[in-house]
Design a protein around this ligand. Structure first.
Ligand code: XUL
Ligand code: MN
Length: 346
């Protein structure tokens, strides 16, 4: 029998967050990059995810040569610790030139800024030894419908993706859709949109996606269905597991925290599609609760991984024969209870 899959895990420096929200300041001290790196090692995670300015802090104030130099230094540090860089993502939502969006800004100068910054993020990815550029299109959408043309915005997004594909023949673009926040409506709210726009680019085979559980739930979708859909296209290249309690602000709760059954079904979908067999990592885009004390700084990460691994066991020990018999009998009533009993351990 084939050996069961061993998963590899990653997390980003932003997942050691300090508790700030729109209504109050930090509740925990901020930690240095060194502290985060050693915490990640201590947890036994395998890789780190990077925004461009996580890799090179204050990136906007630095020359291209300086950015390359610092990226090389980071690569050496990561290699020394045996930690891989999973992806790089251009942060296109903080700088004043991204106020009206990056690639879909109404200002040509600001669109140029977004594309140039994305090319630089690709160069950083090359130095860090990853071929994955993640695009969370934070401000590519509208606060009000009349501010932009939706049709033109699709064309501008395709132009931007093409510019990135042309910049590096090996880079793969992984679109991370989210339906809202900070925008009222985003132009690419779901995995279907991400994979559809890939078809309009010059190299569709190099445009895939990243699924975040909370983002799918915010779109009113089941993340397990999003996983099956993306993997039917061979396009799920990265993953941000977390949880979300209904339609409200993006909560980034620990995996399984709000709905264990929805988490179980995501794990089943990953298992049946062989996620990880082509080198993909399981990322947790989770944050500590604001109430979390400094001494419990890492619990949301270790808890998410523990829940994930226990759900892998649950997926592998699922009473498939019994389930199939109930399905054949269209007895979904008892199928429902079979799942609940399995999860409750009876
Ligand atoms: C935002 C989000 C980001 C991306 C990385 O909701 O999930 O952290 O994952 O840019
Ligand atoms: Mn995310």
């Amino acid at each position: 029998m084939a050996k069961p899959q061993r998963y590899r895990f990653c997390v980003g420096p932003w997942n050691f967050s300090e508790g700030r929200d729109p209504y109050g300041p930090e509740t925990r001290p901020s930690q240095s990059f060194d502290w985060k790196l050693s915490a990640l090692k201590e947890l036994g995670f395998d890789a780190m995810m990077f925004h461009d300015d996580d890799a090179v802090p204050d990136i906007e104030s630095k020359s291209p040569a300086q950015v390359q130099k610092e990226a090389k230094e980071l690569k050496r540090r990561l290699a020394g610790e045996g930690i891989a860089a999973e992806m790089v993502a251009p942060r296109l939502w903080f700088h004043p030139d991204t106020v009206d969006g990056g690639y879909t800004s109404n200002s040509p100068k600001q669109r140029r800024y977004a594309i140039d910054r994305s090319k630089q993020a690709i160069d950083i990815a090359n130095v860090l030894g990853t071929d994955l550029l993640v695009l969370w299109l934070a401000r590519e959408g509208t606060y009000l419908r009349e501010a932009k043309s939706g049709r033109r915005s699709v064309e501008l997004l395709v132009q931007a993706l093409d510019a990135m594909l042309a910049h590096d023949p090996k880079i793969r673009l992984s679109i991370e859709p989210k339906p809202n926040e900070p925008m009222d409506h985003a132009y690419l709210p779901t995995i279907g949109h991400a994979l559809a726009i890939a078809q309009l680019t010059s190299d569709a085979a190099r445009v895939g996606c990243l699924i975040e559980s909370a983002h799918a739930i915010l779109a009113g979708l089941d993340p397990a269905d999003e996983i099956d859909f993306a993997m039917a296209f061979g396009k799920l290249w990265s993953l941000h597991l977390n949880d979300q309690n209904g339609l409200k602000f993006d909560q980034d709760k620990p995996f399984g925290s709000a709905n264990l059954r929805v988490a179980f079904n995501q794990v089943r979908a990953l298992e049946r599609n062989g996620y990880g067999k082509r080198g993909e990592y399981v990322g947790f885009d989770v944050h500590p609760f604001r109430t979390t004390k400094p001494e419990h700084y890492l619990r949301h990460l270790s808890n998410s991984r523990d829940t994930f691994l226990r759900l892998v066991e649950k997926a592998r020990s699922y009473p498939e024969k019994q389930a199939q018999a109930l399905i054949a009998d269209r007895n979904y009533q008892d199928l429902d209870q079979l799942v609940l009993n399995h999860l409750m351990g009876t």
